[in-house]
Design a protein around this ligand. Sequence first.
Ligand code: PLP
Length: 459
Amino acid sequence: MTPDQFRTVGHELIEWVAAYMERVETLPVIPPVAPGDVRAQLPAAAPEQGEPWDAIVADLDRIVVPATTHWQHPGWYAYFPANASGPSILGELVSAGLGMQGMLWSTGPVCTELETHVLDWLVDLLDLPRAFRSDSTGGGVIQHSASDAVLCAIVAARVQAGGDPASLVAYCSTQTHSSVEKDLRVAGIPHLRAIGVDGAYAMRADELARQIADDRAAGLTPFFCCASLGTTSSLAFDPVAAIGEVCRDAGVWLHVDAAMAGVAAICPEHRWLNDGLEHVASYATNAHKWLYTNFDCDLFWVRDRAALIGALSILPEYLRNAASESGAVIDYRDWHVPLGRRFRALKLWFVLRHYGAEGLRAALREDIQLAQELAAKVEGDPRLELAAPARLSLVCLRHRDGDDATRALLEAVNADGAVYLTHTVLDGSYTVRVSIGALPTERHHVERLWTLIDAAAGG
Ligand code: PLP
């Protein structure tokens, strides 16, 4: 592709993306496709000859959009959001244009230093412990996902614990994201205890302490615990301060998974989120959910970077270089599983600079306000009930007539096509989740959602 051709097609594609953002609201959130529909439209073999760009661009509308699940739709209330804001998309574009692979400081000085700097900014913006800053004992790194962050924490904790890996025991709650179980499997850790929760779905610190004591008495080695600030099912908040004391006394590495909710601490009124973080060895939140930075951009901090680097650093001859040997630089390859890494800090930098902390606070506050108003409507409706306390931007609801009625409500609301909700099970009951936080969602969209819920709830 010549630079001129790149420029022409590039302009056209930027225009295409901008037009998509404007028209996404007119499309059904979930595409009406059946398995195999996409592949049936594709040729059996890759093209032998290069094709004209007109044909490639035309296929975006012919093949891609009709089979796209529209996460950027204002009616996206499913799972959690995965926002792709304008500044973030442009950051991705420039990052791809630079094509830098920042495995070492020397292979991408700006890739490394901008990342360190922006993660230090975020320690301050979120009011996280000072020890997480790079000018203290810790530091931050962008991981692909919250799942990768947990895996790195587990591996660092395993090295720190030493001893026979077969005796290691990890802890989470019955509500913890499944990534912990998966990462323990990857790391070859045999024992996981799912600790019980209280009526608000938060981990019981007393049960954790009891289980750790039992495991020790049985000759096992408690080594890792994951607490959640905002569980996936109901956005429940584990008591990190109490859990932290238990873990500190037991010599257990405490990781906090704040994938969705952690970024709310950018608002001073939500700093309650950070209670107890002084006990935490590692912490992760996803800028790629609610902080308007498109996937992937998980923010992972450790209190003791030496523990993480000690667990993950392997230095083959071909990566040796003077900057690394000077000891004056960070080589992020030692902070996660892959060697290679993209320049993801650029999009985060663009987002922080475009919106400013005040802009981000205003956007989050609006989502929280809309969710709380919706929760009040549910509470005031005799046909419905909240299935869990409505925290921040998530509302969990069910029909008082039971699971079948709740399931029918979900199906009826989604059948409209303008919104998409997903479900979970809480305390054995089928539950509808309404997660507010997609960038284009405004008050009138949530009002329309309530109209749909109201109609679907029946007489
Ligand atoms: N932890 C929590 C609490 C989540 O809600 C999620 C995803 O929604 C994850 C972890 C996994 O996130 P990721 O896709 O970044 O691995």
